[in-house]
Design a protein around this ligand. Structure first.
Ligand code: CA
Length: 231
């Protein structure tokens, strides 16, 4: 059983989600606008295991909710719901830390599958069972089963995408990897998508793993190309 916050102002969608998620055995709370969601996540009594976050909301938009939650150091998995006619929403949402997204109108089974995947953080969603479960380099130890990283800043809980990006770089150790390849592998976006999400996430990973993030030793920039991981 998991605690799920559904943030959606269209009550027929919110109640439909509540009904189906409760049928899967979860506890569900609904927030009908962005401010209520932000209050529930940052000040409320309940600890949530997952947030289903619509982007089009009264009072405060979903992107802003995600930004505030992440800025407060809360790394609850976020599944974003976006309108089909604005692909820019997807990019803005993941830049602010959403873990996954689904475009409206969505198929219920697809949404439930995404929910299960996000709640099952201990398992990798990508194929390749020989992928390392834990790895050490320099002063860093990463446990990919627990989504935990221990580094110069102490213990950090990684979001699913942070872990996936780090793993993608580690698997390509010593090779300069293009941003487009990382966008495709880690976020399932088209390689030519215009976004600074890779750079934002790399800056975050550097804060976790580098002794001096301004002079990185492990995730190096390759000018005009992308990034390269060095153990
Ligand atoms: Ca809405």
């Amino acid at each position: 059983m998991s605690n799920i916050l559904v943030v959606e102002d269209e009550s027929h969608i919110a109640e439909g989600l509540r009904f189906n998620l409760e049928a899967e055995g979860h506890e569900v709370e609904v927030a009908a606008d962005g401010r209520a969601a932000s209050d529930a996540l940052l000040g409320g009594p309940r600890r949530f295991d997952l947030v289903i976050l619509d982007l089009m909301l009264p009072a405060m938009g979903g992107v802003e909710v995600a930004r505030r939650v992440r800025a407060a150091g809360n790394f609850v998995p976020i599944l974003m719901l976006t309108a089909k006619d604005d692909p820019g929403d997807v990019v803005r949402g993941i830049e602010e830390g959403a873990d996954d997204y689904l475009t409206k109108p969505f198929v219920l089974d697809e949404l439930l599958a995404r929910v299960r995947a996000l709640l099952r953080r201990r398992r990798w969603d990508a194929p390749g069972d020989d992928a390392p479960r834990a790895i050490e380099f320099g002063a860093v130890r990463v446990d990919f089963d627990r989504f935990e990283l221990e580094g110069p800043q102490g213990k950090i809980e990684l979001t699913t995408r942070e872990a996936a990006l780090l793993r993608a770089l580690i698997e390509r150790e010593g090779r300069a990897v293009r941003r487009g390849e990382l966008l495709e592998v880690v976020w399932g976006l088209r390689p030519e998508t215009r976004t600074r999400v890779i750079d934002t996430f790399v800056a975050r990973l550097r804060r976790y793993i580098e002794r001096d993030p301004a002079r990185p030793q492990h995730i190096l920039s390759v000018r005009g190309h992308g990034y390269k991981f060095i153990r």
